[in-house]
Design a protein around this ligand. Structure first.
Ligand SMILES: [Zn+2]
Length: 345
Protein backbone atom coordinates (compact mmCIF):
# COMPACT_ATOMS: atom_id res chain seq x y z
CA UNK A 1 0.00 0.00 0.00
CA UNK A 2 1.48 3.41 -0.89
CA UNK A 3 2.22 5.71 2.01
CA UNK A 4 -0.55 8.16 2.78
CA UNK A 5 1.27 10.22 5.40
CA UNK A 6 4.69 11.78 4.79
CA UNK A 7 6.66 12.99 7.80
CA UNK A 8 9.96 14.91 7.56
CA UNK A 9 12.17 14.60 10.57
CA UNK A 10 15.78 14.20 11.76
CA UNK A 11 17.61 13.42 14.99
CA UNK A 12 19.29 16.84 14.70
CA UNK A 13 15.97 18.33 15.80
CA UNK A 14 16.58 16.94 19.31
CA UNK A 15 19.92 18.64 19.81
CA UNK A 16 19.14 22.31 20.39
CA UNK A 17 18.88 22.55 24.16
CA UNK A 18 16.19 25.24 24.17
CA UNK A 19 14.96 26.95 27.29
CA UNK A 20 13.67 26.11 30.75
CA UNK A 21 12.60 29.26 32.57
CA UNK A 22 13.50 30.33 36.13
CA UNK A 23 10.41 28.57 37.48
CA UNK A 24 11.49 25.30 35.88
CA UNK A 25 8.88 25.46 33.11
CA UNK A 26 10.26 23.83 29.94
CA UNK A 27 9.51 25.66 26.69
CA UNK A 28 11.00 24.68 23.35
CA UNK A 29 12.98 21.65 24.57
CA UNK A 30 13.80 18.36 22.77
CA UNK A 31 11.20 16.42 24.79
CA UNK A 32 8.54 18.32 22.84
CA UNK A 33 9.22 16.10 19.85
CA UNK A 34 9.14 12.65 21.48
CA UNK A 35 5.47 12.70 22.31
CA UNK A 36 4.44 13.97 18.90
CA UNK A 37 6.48 11.33 17.09
CA UNK A 38 5.13 8.58 19.37
CA UNK A 39 1.58 9.72 18.79
CA UNK A 40 2.03 9.76 15.01
CA UNK A 41 3.73 6.34 15.16
CA UNK A 42 0.74 4.91 17.02
CA UNK A 43 -1.44 5.43 13.93
CA UNK A 44 -2.00 2.59 11.50
CA UNK A 45 -2.07 4.84 8.45
CA UNK A 46 0.73 3.88 6.01
CA UNK A 47 3.48 6.37 6.75
CA UNK A 48 6.66 7.38 4.98
CA UNK A 49 9.27 8.70 7.42
CA UNK A 50 11.76 10.87 5.61
CA UNK A 51 14.97 11.31 7.56
CA UNK A 52 16.23 14.66 6.35
CA UNK A 53 19.80 13.75 5.39
CA UNK A 54 21.69 17.03 5.33
CA UNK A 55 21.37 20.76 4.85
CA UNK A 56 21.42 21.34 1.10
CA UNK A 57 22.87 24.45 -0.48
CA UNK A 58 19.37 25.44 -1.66
CA UNK A 59 18.27 25.72 1.97
CA UNK A 60 21.22 27.87 2.86
CA UNK A 61 20.56 30.00 -0.23
CA UNK A 62 16.96 30.66 0.80
CA UNK A 63 17.86 31.31 4.44
CA UNK A 64 20.47 33.81 3.21
CA UNK A 65 17.88 35.50 1.02
CA UNK A 66 15.23 35.84 3.72
CA UNK A 67 17.45 36.79 6.66
CA UNK A 68 20.10 39.49 6.67
CA UNK A 69 23.70 38.31 6.24
CA UNK A 70 24.79 40.14 9.38
CA UNK A 71 22.18 38.33 11.48
CA UNK A 72 23.08 34.93 10.05
CA UNK A 73 26.74 35.60 10.71
CA UNK A 74 25.99 36.78 14.24
CA UNK A 75 24.06 33.58 15.02
CA UNK A 76 26.95 31.52 13.67
CA UNK A 77 29.65 33.44 15.53
CA UNK A 78 27.71 33.58 18.79
CA UNK A 79 27.54 29.79 18.66
CA UNK A 80 31.33 29.65 18.41
CA UNK A 81 31.66 31.66 21.62
CA UNK A 82 28.94 29.83 23.55
CA UNK A 83 29.35 26.67 25.63
CA UNK A 84 26.77 24.08 26.63
CA UNK A 85 26.58 25.65 30.09
CA UNK A 86 26.80 29.21 28.92
CA UNK A 87 24.50 29.93 25.97
CA UNK A 88 24.80 33.45 24.55
CA UNK A 89 22.58 36.03 22.90
CA UNK A 90 23.39 37.84 19.66
CA UNK A 91 22.53 41.52 19.08
CA UNK A 92 19.66 40.42 16.79
CA UNK A 93 17.81 38.61 19.58
CA UNK A 94 14.89 40.98 20.18
CA UNK A 95 14.27 39.45 23.60
CA UNK A 96 16.59 41.36 25.93
CA UNK A 97 15.27 39.80 29.12
CA UNK A 98 15.27 36.02 28.84
CA UNK A 99 17.34 33.21 27.35
CA UNK A 100 14.37 31.93 25.33
CA UNK A 101 16.38 32.17 22.10
CA UNK A 102 19.87 31.87 23.55
CA UNK A 103 22.43 30.25 21.26
CA UNK A 104 24.37 27.09 22.10
CA UNK A 105 27.22 25.52 20.15
CA UNK A 106 25.43 23.83 17.25
CA UNK A 107 22.28 25.97 17.36
CA UNK A 108 23.17 27.47 13.98
CA UNK A 109 23.34 24.04 12.31
CA UNK A 110 20.25 22.79 14.14
CA UNK A 111 18.22 25.81 13.06
CA UNK A 112 19.34 25.15 9.47
CA UNK A 113 18.26 21.51 9.84
CA UNK A 114 14.86 22.63 11.02
CA UNK A 115 14.50 24.85 7.94
CA UNK A 116 15.72 21.93 5.82
CA UNK A 117 12.87 19.73 7.06
CA UNK A 118 10.34 22.33 5.93
CA UNK A 119 12.04 22.79 2.58
CA UNK A 120 12.27 19.03 1.97
CA UNK A 121 8.56 18.69 2.75
CA UNK A 122 7.78 21.60 0.39
CA UNK A 123 9.92 20.13 -2.39
CA UNK A 124 8.14 16.79 -1.99
CA UNK A 125 4.83 18.51 -2.73
CA UNK A 126 6.32 20.39 -5.67
CA UNK A 127 7.93 17.32 -7.20
CA UNK A 128 5.24 14.69 -6.65
CA UNK A 129 1.72 15.40 -7.82
CA UNK A 130 0.43 12.41 -5.85
CA UNK A 131 1.35 13.94 -2.50
CA UNK A 132 -1.35 16.13 -1.00
CA UNK A 133 -0.03 16.54 2.54
CA UNK A 134 3.50 16.61 3.93
CA UNK A 135 4.39 17.21 7.56
CA UNK A 136 7.61 18.69 8.97
CA UNK A 137 8.09 17.79 12.63
CA UNK A 138 11.15 19.80 13.59
CA UNK A 139 12.52 22.33 16.03
CA UNK A 140 13.66 24.99 16.76
CA UNK A 141 10.52 26.67 15.43
CA UNK A 142 10.66 29.67 13.11
CA UNK A 143 7.69 32.02 12.89
CA UNK A 144 9.23 34.67 15.18
CA UNK A 145 12.35 35.00 13.02
CA UNK A 146 12.25 38.08 10.76
CA UNK A 147 14.68 39.57 8.28
CA UNK A 148 16.90 41.07 10.93
CA UNK A 149 15.55 39.91 14.28
CA UNK A 150 14.57 36.75 16.06
CA UNK A 151 13.10 35.76 19.42
CA UNK A 152 10.51 33.38 20.88
CA UNK A 153 12.70 30.21 20.51
CA UNK A 154 13.15 30.91 16.79
CA UNK A 155 16.25 31.60 14.65
CA UNK A 156 15.46 30.92 10.98
CA UNK A 157 11.94 31.05 9.62
CA UNK A 158 10.93 27.52 8.57
CA UNK A 159 7.54 28.46 7.10
CA UNK A 160 9.02 31.38 5.20
CA UNK A 161 11.75 29.16 3.75
CA UNK A 162 9.10 26.77 2.46
CA UNK A 163 6.98 29.64 1.11
CA UNK A 164 9.98 31.06 -0.72
CA UNK A 165 10.55 27.68 -2.38
CA UNK A 166 6.96 27.62 -3.68
CA UNK A 167 7.33 31.23 -4.83
CA UNK A 168 10.58 30.50 -6.67
CA UNK A 169 8.79 27.61 -8.40
CA UNK A 170 6.29 30.17 -9.73
CA UNK A 171 3.47 29.11 -7.39
CA UNK A 172 1.13 31.22 -5.34
CA UNK A 173 1.24 30.19 -1.72
CA UNK A 174 -0.77 30.99 1.40
CA UNK A 175 0.46 30.54 4.95
CA UNK A 176 -2.16 29.93 7.64
CA UNK A 177 -0.77 30.31 11.15
CA UNK A 178 -2.93 29.15 14.07
CA UNK A 179 -0.23 29.22 16.73
CA UNK A 180 -1.70 31.35 19.53
CA UNK A 181 1.03 33.95 18.96
CA UNK A 182 1.34 36.20 15.93
CA UNK A 183 4.07 35.14 13.47
CA UNK A 184 5.81 38.49 13.43
CA UNK A 185 8.75 36.99 11.53
CA UNK A 186 6.64 35.69 8.65
CA UNK A 187 4.84 39.02 8.38
CA UNK A 188 8.13 40.93 8.45
CA UNK A 189 9.57 38.83 5.62
CA UNK A 190 6.58 38.87 3.24
CA UNK A 191 4.56 41.98 4.07
CA UNK A 192 5.83 44.00 1.09
CA UNK A 193 5.36 41.40 -1.63
CA UNK A 194 2.34 40.13 -3.51
CA UNK A 195 2.94 36.40 -4.14
CA UNK A 196 2.70 35.15 -0.56
CA UNK A 197 -0.43 35.49 1.58
CA UNK A 198 -0.04 35.36 5.36
CA UNK A 199 -3.13 34.77 7.50
CA UNK A 200 -2.81 34.49 11.27
CA UNK A 201 -5.27 33.71 14.06
CA UNK A 202 -3.76 34.70 17.39
CA UNK A 203 -4.63 36.00 20.82
CA UNK A 204 -4.89 39.76 21.40
CA UNK A 205 -1.47 41.31 20.70
CA UNK A 206 -2.14 43.96 23.33
CA UNK A 207 -2.07 41.15 25.88
CA UNK A 208 0.50 38.62 24.71
CA UNK A 209 3.85 38.17 22.98
CA UNK A 210 5.02 39.37 20.45
CA UNK A 211 2.57 42.33 20.61
CA UNK A 212 2.21 42.56 16.81
CA UNK A 213 -0.49 41.30 14.47
CA UNK A 214 -3.17 43.96 14.89
CA UNK A 215 -6.02 43.86 12.39
CA UNK A 216 -4.81 47.04 10.69
CA UNK A 217 -1.46 45.48 9.72
CA UNK A 218 -2.47 44.44 6.19
CA UNK A 219 0.74 44.60 4.17
CA UNK A 220 2.91 47.32 2.67
CA UNK A 221 3.22 48.64 -0.91
CA UNK A 222 2.87 45.76 -3.38
CA UNK A 223 2.02 43.52 -0.46
CA UNK A 224 -1.01 45.55 0.59
CA UNK A 225 -3.81 43.08 1.25
CA UNK A 226 -1.52 40.05 1.53
CA UNK A 227 -1.51 40.08 5.34
CA UNK A 228 -4.68 39.15 7.22
CA UNK A 229 -4.39 39.32 10.98
CA UNK A 230 -7.34 37.93 12.92
CA UNK A 231 -6.57 38.71 16.56
CA UNK A 232 -9.05 37.45 19.13
CA UNK A 233 -9.82 38.21 22.77
CA UNK A 234 -8.33 35.90 25.37
CA UNK A 235 -10.83 33.17 26.21
CA UNK A 236 -12.58 33.38 22.83
CA UNK A 237 -15.50 30.98 22.45
CA UNK A 238 -15.21 28.08 20.00
CA UNK A 239 -18.08 29.46 17.98
CA UNK A 240 -16.28 32.79 17.49
CA UNK A 241 -13.00 31.03 16.80
CA UNK A 242 -14.54 28.98 14.00
CA UNK A 243 -16.05 32.13 12.51
CA UNK A 244 -12.54 33.60 12.31
CA UNK A 245 -11.27 30.36 10.77
CA UNK A 246 -13.97 30.63 8.11
CA UNK A 247 -12.81 34.18 7.33
CA UNK A 248 -9.24 32.91 7.02
CA UNK A 249 -10.37 30.17 4.63
CA UNK A 250 -12.33 32.64 2.49
CA UNK A 251 -9.29 34.89 2.20
CA UNK A 252 -7.07 31.96 1.17
CA UNK A 253 -9.60 30.89 -1.47
CA UNK A 254 -9.97 34.39 -2.90
CA UNK A 255 -6.18 34.79 -3.04
CA UNK A 256 -6.10 31.79 -5.38
CA UNK A 257 -3.19 30.01 -3.73
CA UNK A 258 -1.81 26.86 -5.36
CA UNK A 259 -0.33 25.60 -2.09
CA UNK A 260 -1.10 25.98 1.60
CA UNK A 261 1.45 26.05 4.40
CA UNK A 262 0.06 25.61 7.91
CA UNK A 263 2.06 26.84 10.90
CA UNK A 264 0.45 24.45 13.37
CA UNK A 265 0.90 25.70 16.92
CA UNK A 266 -1.01 24.21 19.85
CA UNK A 267 -0.02 26.67 22.58
CA UNK A 268 -3.55 28.05 22.55
CA UNK A 269 -4.91 24.67 23.69
CA UNK A 270 -7.41 25.09 26.52
CA UNK A 271 -5.31 22.73 28.70
CA UNK A 272 -1.92 24.24 27.81
CA UNK A 273 -1.53 26.20 31.05
CA UNK A 274 -3.15 24.38 33.96
CA UNK A 275 -4.27 26.80 36.64
CA UNK A 276 -4.31 29.83 34.35
CA UNK A 277 -7.27 31.26 32.44
CA UNK A 278 -7.20 29.48 29.04
CA UNK A 279 -6.32 31.53 25.97
CA UNK A 280 -8.95 29.61 23.98
CA UNK A 281 -11.39 26.75 24.58
CA UNK A 282 -9.89 24.62 21.82
CA UNK A 283 -9.36 20.99 22.89
CA UNK A 284 -8.29 17.98 20.81
CA UNK A 285 -11.74 17.65 19.29
CA UNK A 286 -11.65 21.25 18.07
CA UNK A 287 -8.12 20.84 16.66
CA UNK A 288 -9.40 17.78 14.78
CA UNK A 289 -12.24 19.95 13.49
CA UNK A 290 -9.81 22.68 12.39
CA UNK A 291 -7.88 19.98 10.52
CA UNK A 292 -11.06 18.59 8.99
CA UNK A 293 -12.15 22.01 7.71
CA UNK A 294 -8.72 22.80 6.28
CA UNK A 295 -8.53 19.33 4.72
CA UNK A 296 -11.84 20.01 3.00
CA UNK A 297 -10.22 22.92 1.14
CA UNK A 298 -8.54 20.29 -1.05
CA UNK A 299 -5.30 22.22 -1.32
CA UNK A 300 -1.89 20.62 -1.46
CA UNK A 301 -0.66 21.34 2.02
CA UNK A 302 2.50 21.46 4.09
CA UNK A 303 2.10 21.31 7.87
CA UNK A 304 4.95 22.76 9.95
CA UNK A 305 5.16 22.27 13.70
CA UNK A 306 4.75 25.51 15.65
CA UNK A 307 4.33 26.06 19.40
CA UNK A 308 2.84 23.89 22.13
CA UNK A 309 4.87 23.35 25.29
CA UNK A 310 2.78 21.13 27.54
CA UNK A 311 4.12 17.63 26.92
CA UNK A 312 0.86 16.10 28.18
CA UNK A 313 -1.22 18.09 25.71
CA UNK A 314 0.65 18.97 22.50
CA UNK A 315 1.14 15.43 21.11
CA UNK A 316 -2.57 14.57 21.30
CA UNK A 317 -3.56 17.92 19.82
CA UNK A 318 -1.04 17.67 16.99
CA UNK A 319 -2.12 14.13 16.07
CA UNK A 320 -5.82 15.04 16.34
CA UNK A 321 -5.25 17.93 13.96
CA UNK A 322 -3.38 15.74 11.46
CA UNK A 323 -6.03 12.98 11.64
CA UNK A 324 -8.77 15.56 11.19
CA UNK A 325 -6.99 17.01 8.16
CA UNK A 326 -6.51 13.56 6.62
CA UNK A 327 -10.19 12.83 7.12
CA UNK A 328 -11.33 16.14 5.66
CA UNK A 329 -9.03 15.72 2.66
CA UNK A 330 -10.19 12.11 2.14
CA UNK A 331 -6.66 10.84 2.66
CA UNK A 332 -7.97 8.41 5.29
CA UNK A 333 -11.34 6.80 5.86
CA UNK A 334 -13.77 8.68 8.01
CA UNK A 335 -14.30 5.67 10.29
CA UNK A 336 -10.67 5.90 11.45
CA UNK A 337 -11.36 9.29 12.86
CA UNK A 338 -14.94 10.35 13.28
CA UNK A 339 -15.58 13.93 14.23
CA UNK A 340 -18.05 14.12 17.07
CA UNK A 341 -18.00 17.83 16.88
CA UNK A 342 -21.14 19.77 17.60
CA UNK A 343 -19.54 22.94 16.33
CA UNK A 344 -21.41 25.24 13.95
CA UNK A 345 -21.09 24.43 10.26
ZN1 LIG B 1 3.24 30.35 20.04
Amino acid sequence: MPAERHVYHNSEHYKHKGWIDDEGQPWDVPERLYGIINELLSDTIPTEWVVVPEVHKETYAIVSKLHSPVMIQAIYETGLQATDNNPLKSPYDRDTETNASAIYPGTFEQALFSAEASLAAADALLNDEEKRLTIAVSRPPGHHAGREFYHGFCFFNNAAVAAEAFKEAGKRVAILDFDVHHGDGIQDIFQDESEVLYVSLHADPNEIFPHTGHADETGIGEGEGTILNLPFPIGISNEEYFELLARAQEKIKSFGADYLIIEAGFDGHTREWPGLPPLTHLDDQEYAEIGDRLGHMNMRTLVIMGGGYNHDVTPGAFASFVRGFETGANIRDAEVYTSESTLPE
